[in-house]
Design a protein around this ligand. Structure first.
Ligand code: Z5A
Length: 213
């Protein structure tokens, strides 16, 4: 059976990931592509419980070491229980964040060494890497403005300062520059309909290639 594709959506806060997911789903539905929509941290009961702990402001302080192990523990369960079986069954997985987020937030943001992240990635994911990663890029100030305008309070990660989120953005852009064949960087400062159009076009192109395989 033809393996499904793993497509991941990444970006800083307020970049518009949640906003484009509905359009992404509609594109895959229209193409008749089987898929699972999921998110990280999360996607399984254990991983969702870990997500709640990682994002809970009451967990302050959480050491960078504990935080990185929690996100990778969630990922190990997510890959084993959902991602790998879904891909093997011939369905796509569309994930709101995946391993690149750990390199950006725990690596760039918290300063966890890259060799530790590399080891954790190999250990936790069984080598399952994204076929395509769409990075919605927006300057930190604009992303924060959008999230504040949306309201609803800030979780534990969202309480970090602008310097932290600048490092996160820098780490994402460095990874995208290092792997241009996997990443598509979308300028998310533009109006939402233009951002959505780029994401839909990327999925259409992937779907066309997959259909021909
Ligand atoms: N995390 C981690 O540390 N390590 C890991 O390994 C993983 C994750 C996997 C949960 O992520 C947190 O976990 C995250 C990283 C950490 N923490 N942070 N910060 P999440 O994805 O669940 O949470 P988020 O990134 O904070 O989501 P968000 O702030 O909601 O961002 P978004 O989904 O990209 O944005 P949105 O909800 O679609 O849009 C926000 C608002 O902006 C909304 O009102 C929109 O209408 C508006 N918007 C969106 N796009 C536009 C455009 N183009 N123009 C104007 N307005 C727009």
């Amino acid at each position: 059976m033809r393996r499904g594709l793993l497509v991941t959506l990444e970006g800083g806060e307020g970049a518009g990931k949640s906003s484009v997911l509905a359009a992404a789903r509609a594109t895959l539905d229209a193409r008749g592509i089987p898929y699972r929509l999921t998110r990280e941290p999360g996607g399984t009961p254990l991983a969702e419980a870990l997500r709640a702990l990682v994002l809970d402001p009451a967990q302050l302080p959480l050491t960078p070491e504990a935080e990185v192990l929690m996100v990778f523990a969630a990922r190990a369960q997510h890959v084993a229980e959902l991602i790998r079986p879904t891909l093997a069954a011939g369905s796509w997985v569309l994930s709101d964040r995946y391993t690149d987020a750990s390199y950006a937030y725990q690596g760039g943001g918290r300063g966890v060494p890259i060799d530790a992240l590399d080891w954790l990635e190999r250990f936790a994911t069984f080598g399952v890497r994204p076929d395509r990663t769409i990075l919605l890029d927006v300057p930190v100030a604009e992303g924060r403005r959008r999230v504040d305008a949306r309201g609803g309070g800030r979780d534990r990660m969202e309480r970090e300062d602008d310097a932290f989120f600048d490092r996160v953005r820098g780490a994402y852009l460095s990874r995208a520059a290092a792997e241009p064949e996997r990443f598509r960087v979308v300028d998310a400062t533009r109006p939402l309909d233009r951002v959505i159009a780029d994401v839909v076009a990327e999925l259409e192109s992937l779907a066309a290639g997959w259909g021909a395989a």
